[in-house]
Design a protein around this ligand. Structure first.
Ligand SMILES: *Cc1c(COP(=O)(O)O)cnc(C)c1O
Length: 410
């Protein structure tokens, strides 16, 4: 039986030669320029278009980029020049962020920050989003040792969830953030301890495609921020509302109506409680900004038939694209959009499965999909590879060569 694939983003089309073109250039030419496959191609114009779309949908709201989605240096510096801040979650990401951004544009969230990470962040002037009371004490102690005023925000574990999100990161019992009911006391402790208290960070989930669910979460987030500020007796300078904007990966999924979310947030903010009157609001996005901008290009090494089933064996795989293989948080494996890039304009001829070169049955890029007939040497593209591609894959697994990356257009 043939299985469906997710939607190929509309911006990708065939050139006159019938092959896939990205930013006006054939994928084969990009592979030649980069020196071979496997290759991640990032279309900067696609990222810029998303940023413009956000700006017009959310006037007056700051945009942060969560760099764990993709920290490829050329992409990161491009995005940094167009957003209001970078959100990081490790010392390694801090190094990448500080290479392109001023410290006061960077905030550092994530559980399990070590003393060395806290100290490095405080020394650099990066804002720490505090994840627990114990971490707050360690951050204050690090600042005391260094003799500087730390910039500290409190990450709140809200008492609600982002409905329909692919990965829930707030509500109930969580390793992330401080339970909302303990936040006012912690804010008082930080301010009393000499910190420069920057505000709240409330992130409820990821990969949401429902505008209604996001609107509901943002309404609850603004209300919670106001309630916590009142209880703490201090207005927050910044309220980071989280993000969680999703993109459609699979057959039948509909894109998020970002304009509806923006219009609703505009109304929510216009009617916000007085204690938030002077607060700045930010939304932090990873996937939605860069996901559709990435194409993972691999070359077919072998075409084989096993008991009647055609396998296209490529030189790429799950070590670069864990999510497309179905092993990054999915319960049931479904197909990402995949195509034969070197025959992009051709119609479907046969049912095939596309696999990677790793010696494990987990390494699948597409199962039982309809494709034009392809041979060894043809290029296969996996779309939606811009977010949580290489950054979220076990590249060392099985010791194959690292993927190449190239940013084009913009
Ligand atoms: C992962 C993460 C993000 C980015 O999520 P996306 O779904 O990629 O937009 C934002 N904020 C925090 C705190 C995160 O952990």
């Amino acid at each position: 039986m043939t299985k469906p694939m997710g939607p190929i983003p509309a911006r990708y089309a065939a050139g006159k030669d019938g092959t896939l073109h990205v930013a006006g250039r054939s994928v084969a030419a990009l592979v030649a320029e980069a020196g071979g496959t496997p290759l991640f191609v990032y279309d900067l114009a696609a990222v810029a278009a998303q940023i413009r779309r956000f700006r017009s949908a959310f006037p007056g709201v700051q945009l942060h980029y969560a760099i764990k989605a993709n920290s490829y240096a050329n992409l990161l510096s491009f995005i940094e020049s167009k957003v209001d801040g970078l959100d990081i979650a490790s010392a390694g990401e801090m190094e990448a962020a500080l290479a392109v951004a001023a410290a006061d544009r960077i905030s550092f969230a994530g559980p399990g920050k070590t003393d060395a990470e806290l100290e490095a962040a405080v020394r650099a002037g990066v804002t720490l989003n505090i994840e627990s009371e114990a971490e707050a004490e360690r951050a204050l102690a690090a600042a005391g040792r260094l003799g500087v005023t730390p910039r500290l925000a409190v990450r709140v574990n809200p008492d609600f969830e982002l409905r329909g999100s692919g990965m829930r990161m707030g509500g109930g019992a969580r390793p992330f953030g401080v339970d909302a009911e303990h936040v006012p006391a912690l804010v008082r402790r930080l301010r009393g301890g000499g910190a420069d208290w920057r505000g709240f960070h409330i992130f409820a989930g990821s990969q949401a495609l429902s505008a209604d669910a996001l609107i509901e979460a943002q309404r609850a987030t603004v209300a919670l921020a106001a309630e916590l500020a009142k209880a703490a007796g201090a207005p927050p300078r910044l309220v980071n509302l989280g993000g969680g904007f999703g993109i459609p990966y699979f057959h039948g999924e509909q894109p998020l109506d970002v304009e509806a979310v923006g219009a609703a947030l505009g109304k929510i903010l216009a009617a916000r409680p007085a204690i938030l009157a002077d607060s700045v609001f930010a939304i932090e996005l990873g996937r939605w900004l860069v996901g559709e901008a990435g194409v993972y290009v691999t070359r077919i090494v072998d075409r084989k038939v096993s008991r009647g089933k055609v396998f296209l064996v490529t030189d790429g795989g799950m070590h670069h694209q864990l999510a497309a293989s179905g092993n990054f948080g999915q319960v049931v494996r479904r197909n990402y959009p995949v195509a034969v890039a070197s025959r992009f304009a051709a119609g479907p001829d046969e049912r095939v499965s596309v696999v990677g070169c790793l010696c494990t049955p987990l390494d699948r890029l597409a199962d039982d999909v309809l494709m034009p007939r392809a041979e060894a040497g043809d290029l296969v593209a996996v779309f939606l590879a811009g977010a949580y591609g290489l950054s979220a894959s076990p590249q060392a697994f099985l010791g194959h060569p690292p993927a190449r990356e190239i940013a084009v257009g913009g």
